[in-house]
Design a binder for this molecule. Structure first.
Ligand code: AMP
Length: 399
């Protein structure tokens, strides 16, 4: 069975085609600057060099056509026609309370996703564009939606309710939803396999440009650090993470900012970028700190403290922890950040192994043998999980 996984952004489209008999990627690609001058396509297939093309791509419909042309091309394609694709799995960021697992895309599902636009204004409309384009350009291929918020829907109300008047929950569905759910689910499942049991307590740390942590008990999320939107939680590349909400009206008044400008400030100009003044990419901040930049050093200290704070809070909420998992760009690759975080975990019985930590991008235990609480690096693979969910759903419909 061949499953195509699509991740549509407002001006981008990522695709991965999986052979689900082997779970190997047959081809993948990235189309950037859709609807913007200078669009580019990067297409990869095992055994050939990356292909990079510059070609104007007016909208998501043209992007899908371009992807189809790349996948079926006699020189660098891997299939002869789209009939060889059994299903398409779409990644969607926000599913509100409507999506608790993968489901088939029909008009009702698309309308529900559109109705959630306010909760993910950058992401959901883009995903819907991708779905509409597929309906038009590759009709007849079953499509599923796998939603990032779905995994967090097991949270108890004690974790997802805010201390706001209840009417806002009723009127506007204001509550914690969380994000990166597909990633947390992938690494938590793998961690349970490594531990050799399902009844376990795991804290997953997805640390990348956007970062979130999740407290998971017996495979179900008990709490997570992102909130109504992906702004909440730990300090991120350009996002504040948690801060005193009274500062919103305070800064708006002092700086004479509109709500849109304030939203821009806390989403795009804060975090590592705002603190360090260097940039949002962790590697740049680490480099600047090494060269003596004190603000860069401070930004890293704040990042580490916020992560350590959530690990502590979640260990308490779970009443113990069997394993802590690091994943995503920073979690998988940054030796100094993992070291700085893990130096605060001995009270949990996590015996950090400095030497094992000297690695990047590979699955590995980085606690010492016999450590009561295990620490793992587990590379995430959201696309594979979307492909697995899609396969399972499509097969169940055939029965
Ligand atoms: P992501 O959002 O998961 O793609 O992660 C992006 C973040 O991971 C950026 O802050 C990068 O600086 C960081 N990152 C990626 N690769 C490395 C690496 N080799 N070493 C340290 N940080 C990295």
């Amino acid at each position: 069975m061949n499953i195509l996984v699509l991740n549509s952004g407002s001006s981008s489209l990522k695709y991965q085609l999986f052979d689900m008999n082997t779970e190997q990627v047959m081809a993948s690609g990235y189309i950037e600057k859709i609807g913007i001058p200078g669009s580019t396509i990067t297409h990869k297939r095992p055994g050939i060099d990356k292909i990079f093309l510059e070609q104007d791509i007016a909208d998501h419909g043209v992007a899908i056509e371009t992807m189809v042309a790349a996948l079926t091309s006699p020189e660098h394609g891997v299939i002869q026609s789209m009939k060889e694709i059994d299903a398409v799995g779409h990644r969607v960021v926000h599913g509100g309370t409507a999506f608790i697992k993968a489901c088939l895309i029909d008009e009702q599902a698309i309308n529900t996703l559109e109705s959630l636009t306010e909760m993910a204004p950058l992401h959901n409309p883009a995903a819907v564009k991708g779905m509409r384009a597929c309906q038009e350009k590759i009709p007849g291929v079953p499509m599923t939606v796998v939603v990032d918020t779905a995994f967090h829907q097991t949270m108890p109300r004690s974790s997802y309710m805010y201390g706001l008047p209840y009417e806002y929950y009723e009127k506007y569905q204001i509550r914690r939803y969380g994000c990166h759910g597909t990633s947390h689910r992938f690494v938590a499942q793998r961690c349970a396999e490594l531990l050799g049991r399902q009844d376990c307590k795991i804290i997953t740390c997805h640390l990348g440009n956007g970062s979130s942590l999740a407290a998971i008990k017996n495979g179900e999320v008990q709490d997570t650090s992102m909130g109504f939107t992906p702004l909440a939680g730990v300090v991120m590349g350009t996002r504040t993470g948690d801060f005193d909400p009274s500062l919103v009206p305070y800064i708006m008044e002092k700086e004479n900012l509109t709500p849109a400008q304030m939203s821009d400030l806390i989403n795009k100009k804060s975090g590592l970028l705002g603190l360090s003044g260097v940039g949002s990419d962790l590697r740049d901040v680490v480099e600047a700190a090494k060269n003596g930049n004190d603000r860069a050093k401070m930004a890293l200290e704040v990042f580490v403290t916020t992560v350590v704070r959530f690990i502590g809070a979640y260990a308490a909420e779970l009443n113990g922890v069997d394993a802590i998992v690091f994943t995503a760009g920073i979690g998988e690759n940054s030796v100094p950040m993992r070291r700085a975080i893990c130096q605060h975990l001995s009270y949990l019985g996590a015996d950090f192994d400095e030497e094992a930590n000297e690695c990047a991008g590979e699955e590995k235990e980085i606690s010492k043998p016999g450590s009561k609480t295990k620490i793992y690096i587990i590379p995430t693979n959201e696309e594979l999980l979307i492909a697995r969910d899609t396969k399972e759903l499509v097969e169940s419909l055939k029965k």
